[in-house]
Design a binder for this molecule. Structure first.
Ligand code: ZN
Ligand code: ZN
Length: 297
């Protein structure tokens, strides 16, 4: 083992790879690939979100950021190879989470991508041809498909080659790894479907969220079906324009009611909420800017 480690270090230094990254393998961790704040000067900041999750030997890409070129550059700078993935998850249809999909598909064309099942959504859809009401009295030229619709009608997507798997309910996608589906009832994103990642860990659920448009508490409520206790939340909580009293209520609720052990907020959580969560969680607040590596139990 010790010999193998030193070989790893030697290889790492030869190729200029991060020695820490190799030495820590196999590790359970989240690396933030895309965000608009961070400490690293070698990574490009931009609005949007993407994270790379390594857990029990599985390699998972969560969202793809806002710009395919920046996404590709940041992956390269971090030495993360997305040719080798177990699966990817796209949390929701917004451009700041989907725009790196073109790069993902060029690097890894067949990867399984879990995406929200939305009627006529951007990830494609299919319905039985019988869903249309018919009127037999019309002449054929006024009828859809001349009166003979196909058994299955499929609806297009900007990524027609993608291996999308549509999700609209809680699904175990690997042992102890779940995709949670929630629907937004918030004005502005009404009926938007969002997927979150829930991983069972020895200390409780690791919960990864994209923008939390349905509301983080609604997602937490749904995660109870996986396990009651949530150990860590990472990702966006969409509180960028939320007034202070609601941020205070929520940070107290996450700490005292939901009893989340550690908070690693990013993306659209917002500066006032970063401050409030840091105050509420103290040393259990996990800084999660671009390039951060969050160790998982
Ligand atoms: Zn969004
Ligand atoms: Zn977003």
């Amino acid at each position: 083992m010790r010999i193998r480690m030193s070989v790893c270090f030697a290889v790492a230094s030869i190729f200029g790879l991060s020695a820490a990254r190799l030495a820590a393998q196999p590790a359970n961790r989240v690396t933030i690939l895309y965000d608009a704040f961070g400490k690293s000067s070698s990574l490009k900041k931009d609005w949007g979100f993407s994270a790379f999750v390594e857990y029990n030997g599985k390699r998972i890409l969560f969202d793809t950021g806002n710009n395919a070129d920046i996404f590709a550059e940041n992956l390269k700078a971090l030495g993360i190879d997305i040719k080798k993935l177990d699966f990817a998850i796209i949390s929701h249809r917004h451009g700041d989470h989907t725009s790196g999909l073109s790069y993902l598909l060029s690097a890894n064309p067949t990867v399984k991508i879990y995406a929200p099942k939305e009627p006529f959504g951007v990830f494609g859809a299919a319905l039985p041809g019988t869903f249309l009401r018919k009127d037999e009295s019309l002449p054929g030229y006024m009828r859809y498909y001349d009166g003979h619709p196909p058994e299955k009608m499929t609806f297009g997507t900007p990524w027609p080659s993608a291996n999308f798997v549509w999700i609209d309910n809680l699904t175990e996608v690997a042992p102890g790894m779940f995709v949670i589906s929630t629907v937004s009832q918030t004005p502005g994103t009404l009926e938007l479907r969002e997927l979150s990642l829930a991983i069972k860990s020895p200390k409780g659920v690791i919960l990864g969220v994209g923008c939390s448009h349905p509301g983080i508490e609604k997602i937490l409520q749904a995660s109870i079906a996986v396990e009651k206790h949530v150990h860590l939340v990472f990702g966006g909580l969409h509180l960028v324009t939320t007034p202070d009293p609601e941020i205070s209520r929520l940070s107290a609720a996450l700490h005292d009611h939901w009893k989340i052990d550690r908070m690693a907020p990013g993306h659209c959580t917002g500066e006032p909420a970063f401050a409030a969560f840091q105050k509420a969680f103290g040393d259990q607040y996990v800084y999660a800017g671009l390039g951060s590596v969050i160790e998982l139990p």
